[in-house]
Design a protein around this ligand. Sequence first.
Ligand code: NAG
Ligand code: NAG
Length: 450
Amino acid sequence: MSNSMSMIGGAILVLLLAGYIAQQYGLPPPKPKIVGIDLGTTFSSIGIYHAVTGRTTIIADDLGKKSVPSVVAFLSNGSVLVGTRAVDQQEKNPQRTIYDAKRFIGKVFQPDDEQFLKYYFQADKKRYPFTILLDKEGRAYFEIPLDSGNKLLYPEEVGSIIIEYLKEAAEKHVESKLSQAVISVPAEFTEEQRNFTAKAVELAGLEVRRVISEPTAAALAYGLHKKQGIENVVVVDLGGGTLDVSVLWLQGGTFVTQAMAGNNRLGGQDFNNRVQQFLLEKIKNQFGKEITNKEDLQTMRLEIERAKLRLTAHPKTKIQFKLIEIGEWSYEMTRDEFKELNDDLLKSIEQPMEAALQDANLDKEAVDEVVLVGGSTRLPAVRRIAGHFFGKPPNFGVDPELAVVTGAAVQAGVIGGGWPLQVAAMELQTKRRKRHFYTDVESVKKKTEA
Ligand SMILES: *[C@@H]1O[C@H](CO)[C@@H](O)[C@H](O)[C@H]1NC(C)=O
Ligand SMILES: *[C@@H]1O[C@H](CO)[C@@H](O)[C@H](O)[C@H]1NC(C)=O
Protein backbone atom coordinates (compact mmCIF):
# COMPACT_ATOMS: atom_id res chain seq x y z
CA MET A 1 0.00 0.00 0.00
CA SER A 2 2.62 2.51 1.10
CA ASN A 3 4.70 1.43 -1.85
CA SER A 4 1.95 2.07 -4.34
CA MET A 5 1.16 5.36 -2.62
CA SER A 6 4.73 6.52 -3.03
CA MET A 7 4.65 5.39 -6.63
CA ILE A 8 1.59 7.54 -7.21
CA GLY A 9 3.34 10.34 -5.35
CA GLY A 10 6.33 9.90 -7.63
CA ALA A 11 4.15 9.96 -10.73
CA ILE A 12 2.49 13.15 -9.54
CA LEU A 13 5.88 14.73 -8.90
CA VAL A 14 7.07 13.83 -12.39
CA LEU A 15 3.96 15.38 -13.86
CA LEU A 16 4.30 18.48 -11.70
CA LEU A 17 7.90 18.84 -12.76
CA ALA A 18 7.06 18.29 -16.40
CA GLY A 19 4.47 21.02 -16.21
CA TYR A 20 6.81 23.34 -14.36
CA ILE A 21 9.62 22.83 -16.83
CA ALA A 22 7.26 23.25 -19.76
CA GLN A 23 6.01 26.54 -18.35
CA GLN A 24 9.42 27.83 -17.35
CA TYR A 25 11.21 27.04 -20.55
CA GLY A 26 8.39 27.48 -23.00
CA LEU A 27 8.62 23.94 -24.27
CA PRO A 28 5.76 23.01 -26.56
CA PRO A 29 3.10 21.14 -24.58
CA PRO A 30 2.67 17.49 -25.52
CA LYS A 31 0.25 16.93 -28.39
CA PRO A 32 -3.10 15.53 -27.32
CA LYS A 33 -3.54 11.91 -28.32
CA ILE A 34 -7.05 11.29 -27.09
CA VAL A 35 -10.07 13.14 -28.47
CA GLY A 36 -13.52 13.60 -26.95
CA ILE A 37 -16.44 12.92 -29.27
CA ASP A 38 -20.14 13.70 -28.96
CA LEU A 39 -21.97 11.63 -31.58
CA GLY A 40 -25.40 13.25 -31.37
CA THR A 41 -28.72 12.42 -33.01
CA THR A 42 -28.76 15.72 -34.90
CA PHE A 43 -25.29 17.24 -34.37
CA SER A 44 -21.85 15.82 -33.58
CA SER A 45 -18.61 17.40 -32.42
CA ILE A 46 -15.04 16.67 -31.44
CA GLY A 47 -12.74 18.27 -28.88
CA ILE A 48 -9.29 18.05 -27.40
CA TYR A 49 -7.85 18.81 -23.99
CA HIS A 50 -4.64 20.79 -23.72
CA ALA A 51 -2.16 19.53 -21.23
CA VAL A 52 -0.41 22.40 -19.33
CA THR A 53 -3.20 24.99 -19.74
CA GLY A 54 -6.06 22.64 -18.90
CA ARG A 55 -8.23 24.21 -21.56
CA THR A 56 -10.38 22.40 -24.06
CA THR A 57 -10.78 23.24 -27.73
CA ILE A 58 -13.79 22.16 -29.74
CA ILE A 59 -12.63 21.84 -33.31
CA ALA A 60 -14.50 23.30 -36.27
CA ASP A 61 -14.61 21.52 -39.61
CA ASP A 62 -13.32 23.16 -42.81
CA LEU A 63 -16.63 25.06 -43.08
CA GLY A 64 -16.11 26.55 -39.62
CA LYS A 65 -18.81 24.44 -37.94
CA LYS A 66 -18.18 23.12 -34.43
CA SER A 67 -21.54 21.37 -34.42
CA VAL A 68 -21.58 19.20 -37.52
CA PRO A 69 -24.98 17.88 -38.65
CA SER A 70 -25.10 14.10 -38.09
CA VAL A 71 -26.04 13.54 -41.72
CA VAL A 72 -24.34 11.33 -44.32
CA ALA A 73 -25.28 11.39 -48.00
CA PHE A 74 -24.26 9.39 -51.03
CA LEU A 75 -24.28 10.58 -54.60
CA SER A 76 -25.48 8.05 -57.16
CA ASN A 77 -21.86 7.49 -58.23
CA GLY A 78 -20.93 6.53 -54.67
CA SER A 79 -19.29 9.77 -53.51
CA VAL A 80 -19.90 10.49 -49.81
CA LEU A 81 -20.91 13.84 -48.28
CA VAL A 82 -20.92 14.55 -44.54
CA GLY A 83 -22.43 17.25 -42.32
CA THR A 84 -23.49 20.58 -43.80
CA ARG A 85 -22.64 19.41 -47.34
CA ALA A 86 -25.00 16.47 -46.90
CA VAL A 87 -27.75 18.73 -45.50
CA ASP A 88 -27.40 21.21 -48.36
CA GLN A 89 -28.32 18.58 -50.97
CA GLN A 90 -30.87 16.73 -48.83
CA GLU A 91 -33.95 17.99 -50.68
CA LYS A 92 -32.62 16.88 -54.06
CA ASN A 93 -31.40 13.52 -52.79
CA PRO A 94 -33.73 12.36 -49.99
CA GLN A 95 -33.37 8.61 -50.62
CA ARG A 96 -29.62 8.70 -50.22
CA THR A 97 -29.34 11.18 -47.35
CA ILE A 98 -29.27 9.39 -43.97
CA TYR A 99 -29.97 11.22 -40.70
CA ASP A 100 -31.06 10.18 -37.18
CA ALA A 101 -28.95 6.99 -37.47
CA LYS A 102 -28.22 7.17 -33.75
CA ARG A 103 -31.84 6.33 -33.04
CA PHE A 104 -31.20 2.84 -34.48
CA ILE A 105 -27.72 2.12 -33.19
CA GLY A 106 -27.42 -1.14 -31.22
CA LYS A 107 -31.18 -1.69 -31.17
CA VAL A 108 -32.85 -5.00 -31.90
CA PHE A 109 -36.37 -5.00 -33.32
CA GLN A 110 -37.96 -8.40 -32.68
CA PRO A 111 -38.83 -9.63 -36.18
CA ASP A 112 -41.32 -12.16 -34.72
CA ASP A 113 -43.10 -9.68 -32.46
CA GLU A 114 -45.72 -8.22 -34.76
CA GLN A 115 -47.11 -5.72 -32.28
CA PHE A 116 -43.68 -4.39 -31.58
CA LEU A 117 -42.83 -4.14 -35.25
CA LYS A 118 -46.09 -2.44 -36.06
CA TYR A 119 -45.83 0.22 -33.39
CA TYR A 120 -42.13 0.92 -33.37
CA PHE A 121 -40.36 -0.10 -36.51
CA GLN A 122 -43.13 0.58 -39.03
CA ALA A 123 -43.81 3.97 -37.48
CA ASP A 124 -40.11 4.80 -37.69
CA LYS A 125 -39.94 3.58 -41.26
CA LYS A 126 -42.70 5.94 -42.34
CA ARG A 127 -40.99 8.96 -40.85
CA TYR A 128 -37.98 8.74 -43.11
CA PRO A 129 -37.60 9.27 -46.86
CA PHE A 130 -34.78 6.70 -47.06
CA THR A 131 -35.19 2.91 -46.93
CA ILE A 132 -34.79 1.16 -43.57
CA LEU A 133 -34.84 -2.64 -43.46
CA LEU A 134 -34.38 -5.28 -40.77
CA ASP A 135 -31.84 -8.08 -40.98
CA LYS A 136 -32.42 -11.62 -39.66
CA GLU A 137 -31.36 -10.58 -36.17
CA GLY A 138 -33.79 -7.68 -36.09
CA ARG A 139 -31.19 -4.98 -36.61
CA ALA A 140 -32.05 -1.99 -38.75
CA TYR A 141 -29.94 -1.09 -41.76
CA PHE A 142 -30.24 1.42 -44.57
CA GLU A 143 -30.50 0.56 -48.24
CA ILE A 144 -29.13 3.22 -50.55
CA PRO A 145 -29.65 2.95 -54.31
CA LEU A 146 -26.44 3.69 -56.23
CA ASP A 147 -25.58 3.41 -59.94
CA SER A 148 -23.53 0.34 -59.07
CA GLY A 149 -26.40 -1.31 -57.15
CA ASN A 150 -27.82 -1.06 -53.64
CA LYS A 151 -25.45 -0.12 -50.85
CA LEU A 152 -26.28 -1.57 -47.43
CA LEU A 153 -25.20 0.41 -44.40
CA TYR A 154 -25.67 -0.23 -40.66
CA PRO A 155 -26.27 2.64 -38.20
CA GLU A 156 -22.82 2.21 -36.63
CA GLU A 157 -21.29 2.52 -40.10
CA VAL A 158 -23.08 5.82 -40.60
CA GLY A 159 -21.72 6.87 -37.21
CA SER A 160 -18.21 5.88 -38.22
CA ILE A 161 -18.38 8.04 -41.36
CA ILE A 162 -19.32 11.04 -39.21
CA ILE A 163 -16.59 10.26 -36.66
CA GLU A 164 -13.99 9.86 -39.40
CA TYR A 165 -14.95 13.28 -40.75
CA LEU A 166 -14.54 14.82 -37.27
CA LYS A 167 -11.27 12.98 -36.72
CA GLU A 168 -9.83 14.38 -39.95
CA ALA A 169 -10.72 17.93 -38.90
CA ALA A 170 -9.09 17.33 -35.50
CA GLU A 171 -5.93 15.85 -37.03
CA LYS A 172 -5.61 18.86 -39.27
CA HIS A 173 -5.95 21.10 -36.22
CA VAL A 174 -3.33 19.37 -34.05
CA GLU A 175 -1.13 18.52 -37.03
CA SER A 176 -0.65 14.93 -35.96
CA LYS A 177 -2.45 11.59 -36.07
CA LEU A 178 -5.02 10.80 -33.42
CA SER A 179 -5.54 7.24 -32.30
CA GLN A 180 -7.80 7.16 -29.23
CA ALA A 181 -11.16 8.55 -28.18
CA VAL A 182 -13.63 9.06 -25.36
CA ILE A 183 -17.19 8.98 -26.65
CA SER A 184 -20.39 10.10 -24.96
CA VAL A 185 -23.74 8.29 -25.16
CA PRO A 186 -27.20 9.01 -23.69
CA ALA A 187 -27.46 7.89 -20.07
CA GLU A 188 -30.30 5.56 -21.00
CA PHE A 189 -28.24 3.62 -23.58
CA THR A 190 -28.05 -0.12 -22.87
CA GLU A 191 -24.76 -1.98 -22.82
CA GLU A 192 -25.47 -3.14 -26.34
CA GLN A 193 -26.13 0.38 -27.62
CA ARG A 194 -22.88 1.48 -25.95
CA ASN A 195 -21.03 -1.38 -27.62
CA PHE A 196 -22.32 -0.50 -31.05
CA THR A 197 -21.46 3.15 -30.52
CA ALA A 198 -17.97 2.04 -29.55
CA LYS A 199 -17.89 -0.01 -32.74
CA ALA A 200 -18.60 3.15 -34.74
CA VAL A 201 -15.53 4.73 -33.14
CA GLU A 202 -13.38 1.69 -33.94
CA LEU A 203 -14.56 1.57 -37.54
CA ALA A 204 -13.33 5.16 -37.81
CA GLY A 205 -9.85 3.99 -36.81
CA LEU A 206 -9.83 5.10 -33.17
CA GLU A 207 -9.36 3.01 -30.05
CA VAL A 208 -12.12 3.59 -27.48
CA ARG A 209 -10.65 4.57 -24.12
CA ARG A 210 -14.01 5.17 -22.46
CA VAL A 211 -17.71 5.48 -23.14
CA ILE A 212 -19.29 8.08 -20.83
CA SER A 213 -22.86 9.24 -20.32
CA GLU A 214 -23.84 12.60 -21.74
CA PRO A 215 -25.02 14.04 -18.37
CA THR A 216 -21.74 13.00 -16.74
CA ALA A 217 -19.87 14.70 -19.56
CA ALA A 218 -21.92 17.87 -19.01
CA ALA A 219 -21.04 17.84 -15.30
CA LEU A 220 -17.35 17.41 -16.18
CA ALA A 221 -17.55 20.38 -18.56
CA TYR A 222 -18.44 22.55 -15.57
CA GLY A 223 -15.63 21.06 -13.49
CA LEU A 224 -18.05 19.71 -10.90
CA HIS A 225 -15.83 16.64 -10.35
CA LYS A 226 -13.22 18.99 -8.86
CA LYS A 227 -15.54 21.09 -6.73
CA GLN A 228 -15.64 20.50 -2.98
CA GLY A 229 -18.72 19.39 -1.09
CA ILE A 230 -20.87 18.39 -4.04
CA GLU A 231 -22.94 15.24 -3.89
CA ASN A 232 -26.07 15.60 -5.97
CA VAL A 233 -26.10 17.04 -9.46
CA VAL A 234 -29.11 17.39 -11.76
CA VAL A 235 -28.49 17.72 -15.49
CA VAL A 236 -31.32 19.15 -17.59
CA ASP A 237 -30.78 18.65 -21.32
CA LEU A 238 -33.32 20.40 -23.56
CA GLY A 239 -32.48 20.18 -27.24
CA GLY A 240 -34.39 20.57 -30.49
CA GLY A 241 -36.83 17.76 -29.88
CA THR A 242 -36.13 16.03 -26.58
CA LEU A 243 -35.85 16.77 -22.88
CA ASP A 244 -33.71 14.60 -20.61
CA VAL A 245 -33.31 15.02 -16.88
CA SER A 246 -30.67 13.00 -15.00
CA VAL A 247 -29.83 12.89 -11.33
CA LEU A 248 -26.16 12.12 -10.68
CA TRP A 249 -24.54 11.22 -7.40
CA LEU A 250 -20.94 12.29 -7.07
CA GLN A 251 -18.65 10.52 -4.63
CA GLY A 252 -14.88 10.91 -4.68
CA GLY A 253 -14.79 11.90 -8.33
CA THR A 254 -17.11 9.09 -9.41
CA PHE A 255 -20.48 9.82 -10.95
CA VAL A 256 -23.36 7.41 -10.51
CA THR A 257 -26.63 7.92 -12.38
CA GLN A 258 -29.40 7.79 -9.79
CA ALA A 259 -32.45 8.48 -11.94
CA MET A 260 -33.52 9.55 -15.40
CA ALA A 261 -36.72 10.99 -16.79
CA GLY A 262 -37.54 12.67 -20.04
CA ASN A 263 -39.90 13.70 -22.76
CA ASN A 264 -39.05 12.68 -26.32
CA ARG A 265 -41.48 15.17 -27.77
CA LEU A 266 -40.49 18.43 -26.19
CA GLY A 267 -37.86 20.82 -27.46
CA GLY A 268 -37.01 23.87 -29.50
CA GLN A 269 -38.96 22.68 -32.55
CA ASP A 270 -42.14 22.60 -30.50
CA PHE A 271 -41.64 26.19 -29.35
CA ASN A 272 -41.08 27.22 -32.97
CA ASN A 273 -44.22 25.38 -34.09
CA ARG A 274 -46.31 27.32 -31.61
CA VAL A 275 -45.00 30.62 -32.94
CA GLN A 276 -45.56 29.48 -36.52
CA GLN A 277 -49.17 28.45 -35.83
CA PHE A 278 -49.75 31.83 -34.21
CA LEU A 279 -48.29 33.74 -37.16
CA LEU A 280 -50.17 31.63 -39.71
CA GLU A 281 -53.37 32.51 -37.87
CA LYS A 282 -52.46 36.22 -37.98
CA ILE A 283 -51.79 36.00 -41.72
CA LYS A 284 -55.04 34.14 -42.28
CA ASN A 285 -56.98 36.85 -40.46
CA GLN A 286 -55.25 39.62 -42.38
CA PHE A 287 -55.22 38.16 -45.90
CA GLY A 288 -58.02 35.64 -45.70
CA LYS A 289 -55.79 32.87 -46.98
CA GLU A 290 -53.80 29.97 -45.64
CA ILE A 291 -50.12 29.65 -46.35
CA THR A 292 -49.59 26.17 -47.79
CA ASN A 293 -46.58 26.68 -50.06
CA LYS A 294 -43.81 24.41 -48.77
CA GLU A 295 -41.08 26.89 -49.51
CA ASP A 296 -42.98 29.64 -47.65
CA LEU A 297 -43.45 27.42 -44.62
CA GLN A 298 -39.74 26.63 -44.63
CA THR A 299 -38.88 30.36 -44.94
CA MET A 300 -41.06 31.01 -41.90
CA ARG A 301 -39.48 28.16 -39.92
CA LEU A 302 -35.96 29.45 -40.50
CA GLU A 303 -36.85 33.04 -39.57
CA ILE A 304 -38.72 31.93 -36.45
CA GLU A 305 -35.66 29.98 -35.30
CA ARG A 306 -33.53 33.12 -35.75
CA ALA A 307 -36.13 35.29 -34.01
CA LYS A 308 -36.17 32.88 -31.06
CA LEU A 309 -32.41 33.32 -30.69
CA ARG A 310 -32.74 37.12 -30.90
CA LEU A 311 -35.35 37.01 -28.13
CA THR A 312 -32.83 35.33 -25.81
CA ALA A 313 -30.84 38.60 -25.92
CA HIS A 314 -33.55 41.23 -26.50
CA PRO A 315 -36.99 41.83 -24.97
CA LYS A 316 -38.60 42.07 -28.40
CA THR A 317 -37.82 41.38 -32.03
CA LYS A 318 -39.25 41.91 -35.50
CA ILE A 319 -40.06 38.65 -37.26
CA GLN A 320 -39.83 39.49 -40.92
CA PHE A 321 -40.06 37.45 -44.08
CA LYS A 322 -40.91 37.57 -47.74
CA LEU A 323 -43.36 34.90 -48.79
CA ILE A 324 -44.29 33.81 -52.28
CA GLU A 325 -47.97 33.81 -51.38
CA ILE A 326 -48.28 37.23 -49.68
CA GLY A 327 -45.00 39.10 -50.22
CA GLU A 328 -43.27 40.92 -47.37
CA TRP A 329 -44.75 40.63 -43.94
CA SER A 330 -43.57 41.26 -40.41
CA TYR A 331 -44.67 40.95 -36.83
CA GLU A 332 -43.10 42.33 -33.70
CA MET A 333 -43.00 39.73 -30.96
CA THR A 334 -42.04 40.29 -27.36
CA ARG A 335 -40.28 37.79 -25.15
CA ASP A 336 -43.37 37.70 -22.94
CA GLU A 337 -45.56 36.87 -25.90
CA PHE A 338 -43.23 34.05 -26.92
CA LYS A 339 -43.38 32.73 -23.39
CA GLU A 340 -47.15 32.97 -23.28
CA LEU A 341 -47.53 31.02 -26.53
CA ASN A 342 -45.42 28.26 -25.02
CA ASP A 343 -46.59 28.50 -21.44
CA ASP A 344 -47.93 24.96 -21.04
CA LEU A 345 -44.96 23.43 -22.87
CA LEU A 346 -42.54 25.33 -20.66
CA LYS A 347 -44.50 24.30 -17.61
CA SER A 348 -44.26 20.63 -18.64
CA ILE A 349 -40.47 20.81 -18.27
CA GLU A 350 -41.06 20.43 -14.54
CA GLN A 351 -42.69 17.00 -14.91
CA PRO A 352 -39.55 14.97 -15.59
CA MET A 353 -37.59 17.07 -13.07
CA GLU A 354 -40.11 16.11 -10.42
CA ALA A 355 -40.12 12.45 -11.46
CA ALA A 356 -36.33 12.13 -11.56
CA LEU A 357 -36.00 13.56 -8.05
CA GLN A 358 -38.71 11.23 -6.81
CA ASP A 359 -37.01 8.18 -8.31
CA ALA A 360 -33.70 9.25 -6.79
CA ASN A 361 -35.38 9.78 -3.42
CA LEU A 362 -34.12 13.33 -3.25
CA ASP A 363 -35.60 16.59 -2.04
CA LYS A 364 -35.03 19.68 -4.16
CA GLU A 365 -33.04 21.13 -1.28
CA ALA A 366 -30.53 18.26 -1.47
CA VAL A 367 -29.56 19.16 -5.04
CA ASP A 368 -26.16 20.87 -4.93
CA GLU A 369 -25.73 21.82 -8.58
CA VAL A 370 -28.01 22.13 -11.59
CA VAL A 371 -26.45 21.94 -15.06
CA LEU A 372 -28.24 23.08 -18.21
CA VAL A 373 -27.30 21.66 -21.61
CA GLY A 374 -28.89 21.64 -25.06
CA GLY A 375 -29.58 24.63 -27.30
CA SER A 376 -33.04 25.32 -25.90
CA THR A 377 -31.64 26.09 -22.44
CA ARG A 378 -30.53 29.38 -24.01
CA LEU A 379 -34.10 30.57 -23.56
CA PRO A 380 -34.31 32.77 -20.47
CA ALA A 381 -37.70 31.23 -19.63
CA VAL A 382 -36.16 27.75 -19.46
CA ARG A 383 -33.34 28.93 -17.21
CA ARG A 384 -35.84 30.68 -14.99
CA ILE A 385 -38.02 27.59 -14.67
CA ALA A 386 -35.05 25.40 -13.72
CA GLY A 387 -33.72 28.02 -11.29
CA HIS A 388 -37.11 28.47 -9.70
CA PHE A 389 -37.81 24.75 -9.43
CA PHE A 390 -34.53 23.91 -7.69
CA GLY A 391 -34.28 27.19 -5.79
CA LYS A 392 -30.77 27.93 -7.04
CA PRO A 393 -29.20 29.45 -10.12
CA PRO A 394 -28.33 26.75 -12.66
CA ASN A 395 -24.87 26.39 -14.22
CA PHE A 396 -24.66 27.73 -17.71
CA GLY A 397 -21.95 29.58 -19.56
CA VAL A 398 -20.32 26.69 -21.36
CA ASP A 399 -21.99 26.77 -24.79
CA PRO A 400 -25.00 24.52 -24.10
CA GLU A 401 -24.61 22.78 -27.46
CA LEU A 402 -20.93 22.00 -26.79
CA ALA A 403 -21.06 21.11 -23.10
CA VAL A 404 -21.18 17.35 -23.73
CA VAL A 405 -18.24 17.30 -26.14
CA THR A 406 -16.32 19.61 -23.80
CA GLY A 407 -16.87 17.10 -20.98
CA ALA A 408 -15.80 14.20 -23.20
CA ALA A 409 -12.59 16.13 -23.97
CA VAL A 410 -12.02 16.77 -20.25
CA GLN A 411 -12.42 13.05 -19.63
CA ALA A 412 -9.92 12.38 -22.42
CA GLY A 413 -7.52 14.78 -20.70
CA VAL A 414 -7.94 13.02 -17.37
CA ILE A 415 -7.22 9.65 -18.97
CA GLY A 416 -4.26 11.07 -20.85
CA GLY A 417 -2.79 12.41 -17.59
CA GLY A 418 -2.88 15.98 -18.84
CA TRP A 419 -1.42 18.86 -16.89
CA PRO A 420 -2.73 20.39 -14.67
CA LEU A 421 -3.65 17.29 -12.69
CA GLN A 422 -7.31 16.58 -12.37
CA VAL A 423 -9.19 14.57 -9.82
CA ALA A 424 -9.81 11.21 -11.45
CA ALA A 425 -13.25 11.46 -13.00
CA MET A 426 -15.00 8.14 -13.17
CA GLU A 427 -18.43 6.87 -13.83
CA LEU A 428 -20.28 3.81 -12.60
CA GLN A 429 -22.83 2.14 -14.84
CA THR A 430 -26.33 1.72 -13.50
CA LYS A 431 -29.22 -0.24 -14.86
CA ARG A 432 -31.83 2.36 -14.00
CA ARG A 433 -34.87 2.73 -16.19
CA LYS A 434 -35.84 6.06 -17.60
CA ARG A 435 -39.31 7.46 -17.07
CA HIS A 436 -40.93 8.94 -20.16
CA PHE A 437 -43.44 11.74 -20.40
CA TYR A 438 -45.34 12.81 -23.46
CA THR A 439 -46.76 16.15 -24.43
CA ASP A 440 -50.16 15.72 -26.02
CA VAL A 441 -49.59 16.90 -29.57
CA GLU A 442 -53.29 16.92 -30.41
CA SER A 443 -54.24 19.22 -27.56
CA VAL A 444 -51.33 21.38 -28.53
CA LYS A 445 -52.74 21.72 -32.01
CA LYS A 446 -56.23 22.49 -30.81
CA LYS A 447 -54.98 25.13 -28.45
CA THR A 448 -53.24 27.08 -31.15
CA GLU A 449 -56.13 26.71 -33.54
CA ALA A 450 -58.62 27.96 -30.98
C1 NAG B 1 -19.52 11.81 -58.43
O1 NAG B 1 -20.20 12.93 -58.95
C2 NAG B 1 -19.83 14.18 -58.36
C3 NAG B 1 -20.68 15.28 -58.93
O2 NAG B 1 -21.59 14.85 -59.86
C4 NAG B 1 -18.36 14.43 -58.59
O3 NAG B 1 -17.98 15.64 -58.00
C5 NAG B 1 -17.54 13.29 -58.01
O4 NAG B 1 -16.18 13.46 -58.28
C6 NAG B 1 -18.01 11.95 -58.56
N1 NAG B 1 -17.35 10.90 -57.80
C7 NAG B 1 -16.81 9.83 -58.36
C8 NAG B 1 -16.25 8.81 -57.45
O5 NAG B 1 -16.77 9.67 -59.57
C1 NAG C 1 -20.24 -5.40 -24.87
O1 NAG C 1 -18.86 -5.50 -25.05
C2 NAG C 1 -18.17 -6.14 -23.96
C3 NAG C 1 -16.69 -6.00 -24.19
O2 NAG C 1 -16.36 -6.16 -25.51
C4 NAG C 1 -18.64 -7.58 -23.89
O3 NAG C 1 -17.99 -8.25 -22.84
C5 NAG C 1 -20.15 -7.59 -23.67
O4 NAG C 1 -20.63 -8.91 -23.67
C6 NAG C 1 -20.87 -6.79 -24.74
N1 NAG C 1 -22.27 -6.68 -24.36
C7 NAG C 1 -23.27 -6.72 -25.20
C8 NAG C 1 -24.63 -6.66 -24.63
O5 NAG C 1 -23.09 -6.80 -26.40
